[in-house]
Design a protein around this ligand. Structure first.
Ligand code: XMP
Length: 321
């Protein structure tokens, strides 16, 4: 019978057999899949694993800390952090086209990961790379190795020839809910295990317009409020994803306190979905929406308007970019 405990036992044995006494590297994204895959490999081979977290500065409030502190505390994994925010923001400066943003982020991600992998490989020869490939990814990509295209920026298939690793994919037969159960059993923090899907390019594709530090801070503050209030309402599991989008190039007139303001709108985009291929806008209770709206306009300077996206997918996509 399927229990998280059985799966862990089987996978630990399989990973030990595959790896022997060799060294292993794993990239962490802040997401569920890479965290659970890493925790599983850590359980199997301990210090032969080194995790690498490329912090591109585009994650939501608290997420980098979750990887750097909570994940490490829960697993005891050795972690190398690459603080690449400055580099990413430099390359993204002035870029407004969504595909261009993705291209830059994908390229810089691989570059940063490659740098860290090279360093580690020089210290201790590395032979294996862990990937958090799930069963639906395997099916979608035609059964080969590598993950679905949508995740391509996080794939490190783009590594150069002299830096090729054999793959360890301990989640290849599992579905998302099984991976979550495994993560909980492995002692990962609840917020990490239950995290909604989040795009690899992060908040960069939720700022409509060019990305800079100030805009990221605004969006982070608004996003955190939406997440807090959704959690407080007990509706986390009814929502597939809840993008908050900053219309950075749009201003509208408002009145806050005694004065006229000319600030930015944010869009709330809660959606319900089974697999992200189609989605419907979530019918969140009006009082939850109202609370989020009031808090955002009170607490986030520069934002004076909150709007709700009531478009299904199709025709709208989940993200705005
Ligand atoms: P859309 O916006 O196309 O999104 O309805 C479908 C799902 O994919 C996520 N998404 C991405 N994930 N890199 C990712 O890793 C991306 O470039 C990307 N774009 C969209 C989106 O959050 C949703 O879950």
């Amino acid at each position: 019978t399927w229990t998280p405990g059985n799966i862990i036992e089987d996978q630990v044995a399989a990973i030990r057999a595959q790896v022997g006494d060799k060294q292993v590297i794993c990239g962490l994204s802040g997401g569920v899949d890479s965290a659970v895959a890493a925790a599983l490999v850590q359980r199997a081979i301990g210090d032969q694993l080194t995790c690498v977290f490329v912090d591109h500065g585009l994650l939501r409030a608290g997420e980098a800390e979750q990887v750097e502190k909570d994940f490490v505390a829960a697993t005891g994994a050795r972690l190398k952090v690459v603080d690449a925010a400055e580099v990413f923001l430099g390359h993204l400066a002035g870029v407004t086209d969504p595909e261009q943003k993705r291209k830059i982020i994908g390229r810089e991600f691989i570059r940063a990961f490659e740098g860290a992998a090279r360093e580690l490989d020089a210290e201790r020869h590395v032979e294996f790379l862990v990937q958090g490939t799930l069963y639906p990814d395997v099916v979608e990509s035609g059964g080969g190795t590598g993950t679905a295209n949508i995740k391509s920026h996080h794939n490190v298939g783009g590594l150069p020839d002299d830096l090729q690793f054999a793959l360890i994919e301990p989640l290849r037969t599992l579905f998302k809910d099984e991976v979550r159960a495994l993560g909980a059993e492995l002692g990962l923090p609840e917020e990490m295990v239950q995290r909604h899907p989040f795009p690899g390019p992060g908040l960069a594709i939720r700022i409509i317009g060019a990305v800079d530090r100030e805009r990221l801070d605004l969006l982070r503050a608004a996003d955190l409020i939406a997440r807090e209030e959704l959690t407080a309402s007990g509706l986390d599991r009814d929502v597939w994803q809840f993008p908050v989008v900053l219309l950075a190039d749009v201003r509208s007139v408002g009145v806050q306190g005694d004065g006229r303001t000319y600030g930015h709108p944010v869009v709330l985009r809660p959606v319900s979905s089974e697999d992200a291929m189609t989605a419907d806008w979530s019918r969140l209770p009006y009082d939850v929406i109202a609370k989020i709206s009031t808090r955002i306009t009170n607490e986030v300077r520069e934002v004076n308007r909150v709007v709700l996206d009531v478009t299904s997918k199709p025709p709208g996509t989940i993200e705005w970019e």
